[in-house]
Each structure stands twice: as C-alpha cells, then as structure tokens.
Design a protein around this ligand. Structure first.
Ligand code: NAD
Length: 478
C-alpha cells in the first residue's frame, strides 16, 4: 500500500523539519521521514542539531561557562563562593532535558501543522517514490521530494572512532567523568567548543590542528585575538600538527604526530576527532534514480536547491555550502515556498558564522583578507570592547568589533567580532547588511546605552574616524 503526498521530506533536522513545516503552512500535504533514535531507542525529531550538536553542546557550554565564571571571576565582582563543586551527572541531566523538550517541541509543531511524521529510514526510488525501511516496508508517492539527510563526523583512518577512547563530537558531549587530559584532532568549530567545555571543567586540553593558520575561515585579526585568548585560558593549540597514528593503551591513547619535521607523542585519556563532517548519502537513493552527486560527495544542486531530477530537491548539510543549521533552515523555507509557487531565494553572501567559545566569535560577509585579495577597496573601523561600558561592567572587556565598508560606496561588506555575546550582536549587522546598509546608515542609528551593541555603532563611526570613545589619529577623520 502506498500513500500519496504533495511533499515527502527525508530527514527531520533543522533543514528538513523547517521545510516540512513551511510546506504544510502553505497548504501542502506533507510527510517527514526520519530514522534518528534517542538514548532510550525511541524515535526523535531534530536531527544532529537538536540531538547531538548545537543544542546539547550549547547546554554544556552555558553550564560550564557559568561554573568557570563563578569560580574564576566571582571574586572580581566581590562574590566569594565556599565549597563550589561540579555535579557532572546533574549537568548532563540538564542537557538531556533541554534536548528532549526541544525534540518533543518539533513533534508538537508537526502535529499543529498537520505534518505526518514517519519514523524510519527513507530511500528515494525512481518516479519520486520514497521507500521506508523498518518493521513494515512502506512506500510513499510524492509530487516533490526534499532530501535533508544531514551529515556525519569524518572518521580518520589513523584515529578511528571506538566510542570509548577515540570519540566523535556526540560521545564527547556525554563523558561520565571529567577526563584528566583530552586530545582533540582539529581546532575548528567543534574542537574549540568542546575543548572549551572540558577545559572549564578542569581537563587539560591539547588541540592538534593540521593547518598552520588558526581559524583560516575567520578574519585574520579576529583569529589572532581568539588564539591569544584561548591560549591564555589554557587551551594548548598546536598548529601545523599532522597526526600519524594512534596507539591504544590500558587507560589512555597515544597520538603520534609530526610538527616542523619532527615526530611528537601525546598520551591522553580521551581523544576527540573533530576534523569536519561528510554528507549522509549512503543508502539515501537507489542508483536507478540517477541522482547526481558533486565531486565531494554532496548532492548536486543549483542555487535553488534543485537536484538533477525533476521535483527532487536537497537542502542542508547534504548539499554544498557551510554546514550550519540556519543555512539549512533558510534553504528548507526557500524550497517549500518554491514548491508552492513563490519566487523565494537564499542570500548565500549573508550567512552568519558563530563560534560559541568565550569570547564568542561571530562574523558575516567578507573578511579583510578576502577583500584585499580580490583587490576591492575598503575602509575598516575597529572598536575594542575595552572601551565599552557594559563589557567593562560584565568583566568581559576583551576583543573588538570590526566593520569593513566599500571605500567607493560605503556599503558594509563584512562585520567581524570577537568578544562577549557576539553570537547575538551579529544579528544587527546581518539585518543592516540584508537591507544593503552603508556604514553611515549604522552610524546614524541610535543604539541604547549602556549596551554591548554600542561597540557595533562605534565600529561604524570608526570607519569614518569618528568613534567617540576611541582616540583615533586626526588625519583618519571625515
Ligand atoms: P571544521 O571544518 O570547523 O574544523 C575541522 C578542523 O580540523 C579544521 O581546522 C581542519 O584544518 C582540521 N583538520 C582536518 N583534518 C585534520 C587532521 N587530519 N589532523 C588535524 N587537523 C585536521 O569541522 P568541525 O569542527 O568538525 O565541524 C563540523 C561542521 O559542523 C562544520 O561545518 C561546522 O561549521 C559545523 N559546526 C558549527 C558549529 C557552530 O556553528 N557553532 C558548531 C559545531 C559544528
């Protein structure tokens, strides 16, 4: 027996569930198929983001930051704590509660919008049939199919996951004890966020990063400031480190790596491998469909997320572009709306990036090095949080906001931040840029005082050499 739907979505992560909800809002008959199982073995919506990524890591980042703040910075604020201790099991229980409330929330939204949730593994067959494997094989006929199967951590041949000593980002969110010493392969987003969590809780953390440049995708000035601060926090970041192999011992794992033409060894209790993710395409489609993948194994799509097959679309981590939940969500909305006949699009030039360390790192648009190498003339305005009253009061007055504006038109081309709560501050920059704002537009906007967002305002003023709380050379002022 097969049932017919207007839209069948394979995958209920942020890209898939958003596509399903939006399509249902637009009056389409929608089913969403997902095979995620929670720790109790029950079906769960939300994919990696809710179950194994953004949300559980954010819960641990928040709690560990609170702990580190109280322990390390309480006395600065005149707060003395006697007998402060960590209950790791309670911290994990809080994380699990947040995850389960949010995943159940998606189920409620599906119900409210009339989306049919089908737990099981979906496979695209010819003629837009989706076959569900599970206890009872089921077939769905679809006018449109949206592939949103997500991604999986890359497994390194010379440091293969064993779920115990050598773990991926999911297992690293659930250690039962604080390891004495942790090694992390890859000082990217996952490595830095998880390294920060366990460092705050007391682990020694060594990060082995293959590249010579730290955070190569970020603005270089931001990356330099972040490196300085992370190192001061005790994260031991070794750049240009090429992992050769790993050796399991009784209570440890030894990593051998090469750096500056010399061999080195590190013995750690746990080794987290965080070297990127790969798209989930195994078993996603039958070969007879003729679905095209690109040279990196992503489902090939155009700018509107159309695959090479009629009425088959793909969104989120399984297609090109940054593996970010919000990018996938916007793609999900765009595809649902295009199916319903709207002319929606995603602005891929304005995808914000955030690293939830302390200080936080956030940016949107072009980096200074990208503008330089493209030969595009620009003016930069940098404002340090050291001159921001709110940041001083918070005891978090490090880092800066940097604005890059086109030297000819003054249009904002990029905003880069490292400092307190930058994950939230970047939204204002994104909003301004999505309206095509100039730095003068931001300069002429009134910001509340005393807030961190004044640093964004002052960075716009600094583009014109007019920052009020910054001594700038007279010749730069306009
Ligand atoms: P990443 O690409 O951010 O970082 C991987 C790092 O590993 C890179 O710096 C790379 O140079 C390094 N590397 C690769 N191979 C290596 C090797 N053999 N030895 C040593 N270093 C090596 O990937 P990630 O941190 O695993 O994150 C995966 C994806 O999930 C990314 O796309 C990321 O954007 C996304 N993510 C985003 C957030 C967020 O938005 N805050 C949080 C977590 C994950």
């Amino acid at each position: 027996m097969s049932e017919r739907f207007d839209v069948v979505v394979i995958g209920a992560g942020p890209a898939g569930y958003t596509a399903a909800i939006r399509a249902a809002q637009l009056g389409l008959k929608v089913a969403c198929v997902d095979d995620w199982r929670d720790a109790q073995g029950g079906p769960a919506l939300g994919g990696t983001c809710l179950n194994a990524g953004c949300i559980p890591s954010k819960a641990l980042l928040e709690t560990s930051e609170l702990y580190a703040q109280v322990r390390d910075h309480g006395p600065v604020h005149g707060l003395q704590f006697k007998g402060l201790s960590l209950d790791l099991a309670a911290m994990m229980a809080h994380k699990d509660k947040v995850v389960s409330e949010l995943t159940r929330g998606i189920a409620t939204l599906f119900k409210a919008n009339g989306v049919t949730w089908i737990p099981g593994r979906g496979k695209l067959q010819p003629k837009n049939v989706v076959e569900i494997s599970g206890k009872s094989a089921q077939k769905l006929e679809a006018e449109h199919v949206i592939l949103a199967s997500g991604s999986t951590p890359v497994n390194l041949k010379n440091a293969p996951f064993d779920g115990q000593r050598i773990v991926d980002s999911l297992d690293a969110l659930a250690f039962a004890e604080v390891p004495r010493r942790i090694g992390i392969i890859g000082a990217g987003v996952v490595g830095l966020e998880l390294g920060s969590v366990w460092r705050r809780l007391g682990s020694e953390v060594v990060l082995l990063e293959a590249q010579e440049n730290f955070l190569a995708m970020a603005d270089e000035q931001v990356a330099r400031e972040a490196f300085k601060q992370f190192t001061a926090q005790g994260l031991d970041i070794r750049l240009g480190a090429r992992v050769l192999d790993t050796r399991q011992e009784k209570n440890a794992v030894t990593v051998r790596y090469q750096k500056e033409n010399a061999g080195h060894e590190e013995s750690v209790e746990r080794l987290i491998v965080a070297v990127g993710r790969r798209p989930n395409t195994d078993g996603l489609y039958a070969n007879e469909t003729g679905l095209l993948l690109d040279e990196w194994g992503f489902v090939h799509v155009d700018e509107h997320c159309r695959t090479n097959l009629p009425n088959v679309h793909a969104v989120g981590d399984v297609v090109r572009g940054p593996m970010l939940a919000h990018k996938g969500m916007e793609e999900g909305v765009m595809v649902a709306e295009r199916i319903a006949g709207h002319a929606s699009a995603v602005d891929y030039d304005l995808v914000p990036s955030v690293i939830y360390t302390q200080p936080e790192i956030a940016w949107i648009g072009k980096t200074e090095q990208a503008l330089k190498s493209a030969g595009e003339p620009y003016r930069a305005g940098v404002f340090p949080f050291a001159a921001n009253g709110r940041a001083k009061a918070m005891g978090a007055a490090s880092g800066f906001v940097k604005m890059l504006a086109d030297a000819r038109t003054d249009r904002v081309r990029g905003v880069h931040m490292v400092g307190p709560v930058c994950s939230e501050l970047i939204a204002a920059a994104g909003l301004a840029m999505s309206f095509g704002a100039s730095s003068e537009d931001i300069m002429l906007t009134m910001f509340a005082h005393p807030t961190l967002s004044e640093a964004l305002h002052e960075s716009a003023l600094a583009v014109a050499g007019r920052a009020i709380h910054l001594a700038q050379p007279r010749h730069t002022k306009t």
